[in-house]
Structures are given as structure tokens and as C-alpha cells.
Design a binder for this molecule. Structure first.
Ligand code: CA
Length: 241
């Protein structure tokens, strides 16, 4: 399964945590939070996220110390870390870099700038998950502009259909069960009937409309759905025939 990249926010200023959570989730990330350094250390031991936004000054255990400890462990020695520092702490940046953070953002920062840095850092480690455009055959999904085009034509997809297509396109050929799709596209805390997935796949197919190309969504009986990995190449063969 290729779930959404998971970001852990370690920050004791609650309004900032909420602001970051809101924007990261809107940008397609899965977010967990911790308000203390020692609490974050436990959270990371249980499950390693894809990236950490780590505040410099924290109760329990400082961000600098947590970063240093994470670099000493094999599971987290390469974990992408962006340090959030308050103005006036820049003088300590050199010390922080020696501690092993990948990037720095000084508060107050612009949220779009931070998001750009998150994507840039993740792109270095997980290219497919943060690519801005996913392309297959005549189908093009732009994650930044939230736009889908097929054969140069703009398609109008509902938000669920968009996320469903995005999720499937990220792992062409991979079959996902209805349960996996519910977890990844709808979220783990949502309890809905698995048949809901069928309804939305139906809507997605309808929204994709007619094309000279075959249906890019493959139904795998008894298993689930996949984005057809031959989509585009098969169509090209069809055109030539
Ligand atoms: Ca702080």
C-alpha cells in the first residue's frame, strides 16, 4: 500500500500546531502531533513518520536533543527533519545543523513556504508520492492545481473522486482492496460501508468520460481496484491498429 506521506508535528504552541495540521492535511498529508519532546520520542518509536517538523524549544526534551537522539538510531538516522526555530535562535543554527536537521525554518514563517520545503525534502526521499503531476496516457492529474485532464479536456471530479484517482495513479498496477481504499482515501477514523467505494469508483469512471482509450480503472474480482499499468501504452497500440 502507498498511503499518504505521514508528517509528525512536534510543537508546543497549539495555535501553530493547528495551523500546520490544517494546511498539511489540505495538501494531502496525514498528520500526527506531539506537544512535548519526550512524547514525540515515544510516538516515533511506535511508528516512524515520513517527515518531522520539529520545534527547537520544547518541554520534556528539546528539539535539538530529540534530533540528536534520532540520528543515533538506525531506523531514524535518515528521517527527514525540518527544524522550526524562533527568531533570535538563528545563532544556534550551526549547532542545529551539526545535530543533523535537514532544513530550517525561522518563525514566523509563511505556510506556503514551509509546505514547499516539506515537498522538496520529501521529493528527495520519496519521488512518486509528492510528484506535482501524475501522467498516464492521455490522463493528467495535477496535485497542486487540483485539476484532472483527459485528452487535453478538463474533467470535473468531486473531491473524493479526485483523491481516489490520485491514490490509484500513484501506484499503477497495484490492486487495493476496498478496505485499503477506505483507509487511505477516506481516512482511518471514518466508518463507512465498503460498497461506498464501488459507488465512488462508478462516479469516477463516469467523470472520466468517454475516450478513444479504454477504462483506466481495473476492477479485480474478489480483490478490489487498480489503476491499469498498461494504460496509455495499450491505447497507443490500439490507435496504431
Ligand atoms: Ca516551543
Amino acid at each position: 500500500m502507498a498511503p499518504r506521506p505521514r508528517i509528525l508535528i512536534v510543537e508546543d504552541e497549539e495555535p501553530l500546531t493547528l495551523l500546520l495540521r490544517y494546511n498539511l492535511e489540505a495538501d494531502g498529508f496525514e498528520v500526527t502531533t506531539a506537544a512535548r519532546g519526550d512524547e514525540a520520542e515515544i510516538t516515533i518509536r511506535e511508528s516512524v513518520p515520513d517527515l518531522i517538523l520539529l520545534d527547537w524549544m520544547l518541554p520534556g526534551l528539546s528539539g535539538v536533543e530529540l534530533c540528536r537522539r534520532l540520528r543515533l538510531r538506525r531506523e531514524t538516522e535518515r528521517l527527514p527533519i525540518i527544524m522550526l526555530t524562533a527568531r533570535g535562535e538563528e545563532g544556534d543554527r550551526v549547532r542545529g545543523l551539526a545535530t543533523g536537521a535537514d532544513d530550517y525554518v525561522v518563525k514566523p514563517f509563511s505556510v506556503p513556504e514551509l509546505l514547499a520545503r516539506v515537498r522538496a525534502l520529501l521529493r528527495r526521499v520519496k519521488p512518486a508520492e509528492v510528484a506535482e503531476r501524475l501522467v498516464a496516457g492521455d490522463l493528467e492529474l495535477d496535485r497542486v492545481q487540483h485539476r484532472v485532464r483527459r485528452g487535453g479536456r478538463d474533467l470535473h471530479l468531486g473531491p473524493t473522486e479526485f483523491r481516489l484517482l490520485e491514490f490509484l495513479m500513484r501506484s499503477p498496477g497495484r490492486v487495493f482492496s476496498r478496505e485499503q481504499l477506505l483507509d487511505s482515501v477516506w481516512g482511518r477514523d471514518v466508518y463507512i460501508d465498503e460498497r461506498t467505494v464501488d459507488v465512488h469508483v462508478g462516479r469516477l469512471r463516469k467523470a472520466l468520460g468517454d475516450s478513444a482509450f479504454p477504462d483506466p480503472i481495473r476492477t479485480v474480482r474478489g480483490a478490489g481496484y487498480a489503476f491499469d499499468e498498461t494504460y496509455g501504452s495499450a491505447a497507443a497500440t490500439g490507435n496504431a491498429a
